[in-house]
Write a protein that binds this ligand. Structure first.
Ligand SMILES: [Zn+2]
Ligand SMILES: [Zn+2]
Length: 1207
């Protein structure tokens, strides 16, 4: 970016707006000048421009890259002003850096400043003038230069009168009649009122013919010419490029290549004609009018930007000037407002007070938190508004801030200070603002001469108790300076005072050298400081943890760094030490075209990066996002809102708009992942926010925050990566669900029907099978039913299971009443009890509170992976148009096609023909992992196997099958379990064994595969038998004495024999032999059981082994490592094109050398990394619908930048 002298800039939309307001010939309407006042913005009219298409140069086709020089010549339909916009996107040949035209990740729009040296100001006179203004984009390496050329109408007032002044025209006609008395019938004389029309029509027909390429000359002797125009109008012909042939007495049309003036003249004449159609023989028609504005937006690349509906009701022109000051329009989104504000400061730092004032006013007008936070942040960094400066002056008793003498100001300050020493810091801050406002070094020096009379006053100022440890004092120092850079001198003085008082070499050497000289913490202390229990945690994860702790408590950065350094030194880890010195992990650098791009961790966004990487590799989904225009709901009108049903509920207009915004952000991310030159990119905070926070959460949070002031987030256990991916957290609604579950099956003794807040229900036992059936209403635990609600679309339902209760439940959830039901004041997601807490956090400066707000909602709340997936899917579906609507009104679309299958629940009754079935959509299956290692089939079986249920007073059998299988099969692995004794949640670390390919045949709807039903029934029988056998075995082997039955009998026999030796009369032969017999029987039974169990197990293993037509290949494995409260997430994704696995660990994407790390668990790892979500892809489609690597580096144009067709 090359910056000339400070001058305000403007975003592309603002520039365009100004072009429409600009008229160099009218004072007060010179909207393209830097000192233009928006208060006069609409003096007269806003131009309505249409293209002079013949002289426009536009991109060849929609979507062609904007890397050339484009011209749009246009004319105002009202005032005929000529406006030519030239956008030059060709790279600057003098620059050796590759061009990066906006929009880029940093600069969503061009931001232009006026370039006087390249411009030609107003030139000419009233009769004819022109002006050229050049603007350059200040975006880093953006080569775009815009030229706006404004030219007076060719047909100025003097010339217009030649064509339209009635007395002149009457005179002309009379003269002609006079000259040609003989040939002319005086009664054919044309009425004066019609003469302007005739003159225009004549002129227009000459111009039109010439414009069509008719090169015949116009004889000046012809009747029409002589009646309506005559040589008086010669100047008009000359302006249009005609040449006079005096000898032949004719006008020669302009030659090829010199048509430009002709086009302008033609269009001007046409406009005059349309405005004055009276007298025309055939009425003039506006033909070929193409509005210019849309094409201008296209070449300025501001056709679409993040916008809101501006609030016209407030502020009026007063507000307009604040928007103008930032170079933006009132419809800019908050994020864009902030972006422009920062851009504008770079362009015009001297105006910073006024810019902040503008931002503050916009923030007040909109009342949005994002803007309020930005204003507060700016202030905390020493920015101030002119209002602040006046306020400071008022407090110091300075009446005339602009002209008061420096000496007077300093004198007033000193006398105030003497009067109220306790307000010293406020007074100094005031003086400092005034010093900066007046740009006065003398005043600033005085403002910064801080002195602390006592160590206590210094501690007070740092907001720490007097006995605070040295290291903590330095942390507070760092926090204060990070927060308020302007406080550096004062903070240093405070540290010096405390250091002198304590004679602390740590503090004093810091003041003198700026270095912390202190003993490194011991290693145990270091882990404790980072809140890490597991000392074997790898370097990567430790760095991630450090990052998260830092985000949470920036004030403790010093202690956190020391802790990390201590561990790094202890381990001799180059990675950690490099990270500490560079702030980067080693692998960041230029990316390559055959490797995927990593996603930086932008905070505690948990598994979101994994999820985004996964979606990126799903080709149809990715292509849909990249070509969003072709899919999204474009015009969100009432009809659309009316028909929109996703997940069995209506979607509001706001939700559709929000969803579109989300999809738009996702597109930006995908484009970045394709085009970035680096190895990693950072997802936008907005994307993370919209993905993690559902519209309902947002609403609930908004309500909550209205009620209560926001608490500071201190409790670590309540933040970050708690592994709540599938914690059945007790939202207020879980109880409801459990109750309806009761009604449904009546055998839920294992399911608590209601829970206290800190109690977590366990789903790992008997109930787990039927959990699958209706589960989705309950398992995805959250108060957010909307995003979790699986689709309940009963089809061919005779009558739903359990009477109507399920349906009622479904209906109830579909209504938008969820929020209203939730008890107010209940935390969104009560945290589970955490056995060991990280060390308590020392007090932070009060000011920290300002910062926590928007982020809390996003990062502070606990997250659930299915909730997040549900939210993402819901929003994607809400953003796009349905391909079809099913009989229940539910939207069918690409998401449903690829991610949704159907399950069929069958219910049979003994001694009855009655069979009930119910079909439902699902997007993921759930398997439980509890105590012992398990195989994926047996885990899935628990969802599909038959079970006995009580229904309407009779017993019934219920089982689940798969109807339609989706191309992408998602399986959630339920690992969070609940320890009733301890009363807390824990993560089950048992191993789940899954092969690369699984076959779903055995679960298919039995009506469609012959003999499958018999096979399944046989398997169920065997399993029942197995269960009974195992139960019997337990009876035989477990006794209350803790010893198995054969051992007891053996012992008894021995005892009898002993007794017999002592006193033969005590024992009888009978007793001994019956004992002997019994023992033999039991041993035999146990051996029979063992044999039978082996047989059954092998039969079960082979029962479906030959069914292999529904094969699914493993594609993604989502991994969590850590405890229920804390940990790290990454994902393994298989590349079906290159036949390899990759590990996506935030910004690092690495090839997996030994895939065993994905499928097995290292022995002796008591907290192994565990999969919590698996994605399988249909074997025969795996290569077609997945693509792990999609890179087009260096194409600076976003790959699917769409131009609307230019007519
Ligand atoms: Zn105009
Ligand atoms: Zn630019």
């Amino acid at each position: 970016m090359v910056l000339g002298p400070a001058r305000p800039g403007r975003s592309a939309p603002r520039l365009l707006e100004n072009v429409l307001e600009h008229d160099p010939s009218i004072p007060g309407k010179q909207a393209l000048s830097d000192d233009f006042s928006p208060l006069t913005a609409h003096v007269g009219h806003k131009h309505t421009l249409h293209q002079i298409t013949e002289i426009c140069t536009l991109p060849l086709y929609a979507g062609s890259p904007l890397n050339d020089r484009y011209t749009i010549a246009s004319i105002c339909e009202e005032c005929r002003l000529h406006v030519t916009l030239i956008v030059d996107c060709t790279p600057d040949p003098r620059s050796d850096r590759p061009p990066r035209p906006c929009p880029t990740a940093d600069n969503p729009l061009h931001f232009f400043t006026y370039c006087p040296s390249a411009s030609t100001p107003f030139y000419g006179n009233d009769d004819r003038w022109e002006e050229t203004r050049v603007f350059r984009c200040v975006g880093d390496d953006c080569p775009v230069e815009v030229t706006v050329k404004t030219t007076s109408p060719y047909i100025n007032e003097r010339l217009r009168l030649l064509l339209m002044d009635k007395p002149t025209l009457r005179e002309r006609q009379n003269e002609f009649i006079q000259k040609n008395k003989e040939q002319i019938d005086p009664s054919s004389k044309i009425h004066t009122d019609d003469l302007p029309g005739r003159a225009l029509e004549t002129m227009l027909s000459y111009l039109k013919n010439a414009k069509r390429g008719d090169d015949r000359s116009i004889p000046r002797a012809n009747k029409r010419y002589n009646t309506f125009l005559t040589d008086e109008c010669a100047e008009l012909f000359e302006r249009a490029g005609f040449q006079s042939n005096e000898q032949a007495n004719e006008w020669i049309p302009p030659s090829l290549g010199q048509f430009e003036p002709l086009f302008w003249m033609y269009n001007e004449t046409l406009l005059l004609s349309v405005q004055n159609p009276k007298g025309f023989k055939s009425a003039p028609v506006k033909d070929g009018y193409v509005p210019a504005i849309s094409a201008m937006k296209t070449i300025l690349r501001c056709k679409e930007y993040e916008s809101i509906r501006p609030r016209l009701d407030l502020g009026g022109k007063d507000m307009t000037r604040y928007y103008a000051a930032l170079g933006i329009l009132p419809d800019f989104s908050d994020q864009l407002v902030i972006w422009a504000f920062k851009r504008q400061i770079l362009c015009d730092v001297q105006s910073r007070p006024y810019l902040l004032e503008s931002l503050e006013n916009i923030s007040h007008q909109r009342g949005t938190e994002v803007l309020q936070i930005e204003v507060a942040t700016q202030r905390s960094q020493g920015a101030y508004t002119s209002g602040d400066a006046y306020e400071a002056a008022r407090r110091l008793g300075i009446t005339n801030l602009e002209s008061a003498e420096e000496g007077l100001i300093i004198g007033l300050f000193k006398s105030r200070l003497a009067d109220s020493p306790r307000q010293e810091y406020q007074l100094r801050e005031d003086l400092s603002i005034i010093g900066r406002y007046r740009n006065s070094t003398a005043i600033l020096e005085v403002a910064q001469q801080t002195s602390f009379p006592t160590a206590k006053s210094a501690c007070d100022w740092l907001t720490v108790p007097e006995d605070t440890e040295d290291s903590m004092i330095l942390s507070m120092y760092a926090a204060r300076v990070a927060e308020f850079p302007g406080d550096e001198a004062a903070a240093k003085a405070a540290v010096r005072k405390i250091g002198e008082y304590r004679n602390s070499s740590v503090l004093l050497s810091f003041v003198e050298t700026g270095l912390f000289v202190e003993a490194p913490p011991d290693i145990g202390q270091a882990f404790a400081t980072l809140g890490v229990e597991d000392r074997t945690m790898d370097d990567d994860t430790l760095i991630t943890v450090f990052g998260m702790r830092y985000m949470d408590m920036p004030g403790q950065v010093h202690d956190l760094r020391n802790a990390l350094r201590a561990i790094g030194t202890e381990r001799n880890s180059k990675q950690i030490l490099d990270y500490l010195s560079t702030g980067e992990t080693a692998t960041t650098g230029p990316g390559s075209s055959d490797s995927p791009v990593g996603l930086e961790n932008i905070g505690n966004t948990c598994y979101l990066n994994s999820l985004l990487q996964f979606y990126f590799t799903i080709k149809p989904l990715r292509e849909m996002i990249l070509n969003l225009e072709a899919y999204e709901e474009t015009d969100v009108n009432d009809d659309v809102v009316d028909r929109k049903r996703v997940g069995g509920r209506k979607v509001s207009r706001q939700e559709i708009e929000r969803a579109k915004k989300f999809a738009g952000h996702l597109r930006t991310l995908f484009q970045d992942l394709i085009a970035t030159k680096m190895t990693s990119v950072a997802p936008q905070r907005d994307l993370a926010y919209l993905a993690l926070v559902s519209s309902k959460d947002e609403e609930a949070e908004r309500r909550k925050s209205v009620e209560a002031s926001k608490p500071e987030t201190i409790d670590l256990s309540n933040t970050d990566d708690a592994m709540d991916i599938d914690t059945p957290i007790n939202g207020p609604n879980v109880a409801d669900d459990a109750v309806s579950e009761d009604t449904l099956v009546g055998d839920s003794q294992d399911q608590p029907s209601s829970h206290a807040h800190n109690e977590l229900p366990s789903y790992n036992s008997v109930g787990s099978d039927y959990v699958m059936v209706d589960v989705d209403a309950k398992i995805p635990p959250s108060n957010d039913k909307e995003s979790l609600m699986p689709l309940k679309v009963p089809k061919d339902t005779e009558k739903s299971v359990g009477g109507d209760s399920l349906i009622q439940q479904t209906v109830a959830l579909s209504e938008d009443t969820v929020l209203a039901d939730a008890p107010e004041g209940v935390p969104l997601t009560p945290p589970p009890d955490i056995p060991e807490r990280p060390p308590p956090i020392p007090p932070r400066p009060q000011i920290k509170k300002r910062e926590s707000s928007a982020g809390d909602l996003m990062f502070g709340r606990q997250q659930d992976v299915t909730e997040c997936i549900g939210n993402v899917m819901f929003q994607l579906e809400s953003a796009i148009r349905p391909t079809e609507i099913d009989s229940h009104g539910e939207q069918m679309d690409l998401i449903k096609e690829y991610f949704y299958g159907t399950t069929k629940q069958t219910l049979t009754f003994p001694n009855s023909e009655e069979i009930r079935t119910k079909e439902e959509l699902f997007n993921h299956l759930i398997v439980n992992v509890a105590e012992s290692d398990e195989d994926i089939y047996s885990a899935l079986d628990s969802s599909f196997d038959v079970e006995q249920v009580d229904l309407e007073g009779r017993s019934a059998k219920r089982f689940l099958s798969l109807g339609r299988l989706p191309p992408i099969l998602q399986i959630q692995v339920q690992r969070v379990q609940f320890d009733r004794e301890k009363g807390s949640a824990y993560k089950a670390h048992a191993h789940l064994n899954f092969p690369e390919t699984i076959f779903m045949d055995r679960y298919m709807d039995t009506d469609t595969v012959p003999d499958l039903k018999e096979r399944r029934e046989k398997a169920w029988e065997w399993k029942q038998e197995l269960k009974d056998l195992l139960k019997r075995k337990i009876e035989l082997t477990n006794t209350s004495a803790g010893v198995d039955v054969p051992t007891v009998l053996d012992a008894a026999k021995e005892m009898l024999e002993d007794y017999e030796l002592i006193d033969p009369s005590l024992a009888t032969e009978n007793a001994r032999s019956s004992l002997q017999r019994r023992l033999a029987e039991i041993k035999q039974e146990l051996s029979d059981i063992a044999e039978r169990v082996t047989l059954l197990e092998s039969q079960l293993a082979n029962q479906f082994a030959d069914l292999r037509s529904h094969g699914y290949r493993i594609h993604s494995v989502f991994i969590h490592r850590g405890t229920v409260s804390f940990g790290h997430y990454w994902i393994y994704i298989y590349d079906f094109q290159r036949h390899m696995w990759r590990k996506y660990n935030d910004e690092r994407v690495t090839e997996v050398i030994d895939p065993q790390e994905i499928f097995t668990t290292a022995p002796n790892d008591h907290q192994p990394p565990t999969p919590y979500f698996l994605v399988f892809i249909r074997e025969d489609q795996a290569e077609a619908i997945t693509e792990a690597v999609k890179r087009e580096i260096g194409d600076s144009t976003p790959p699917d930048f769409n131009l609307a067709p230019l007519v």
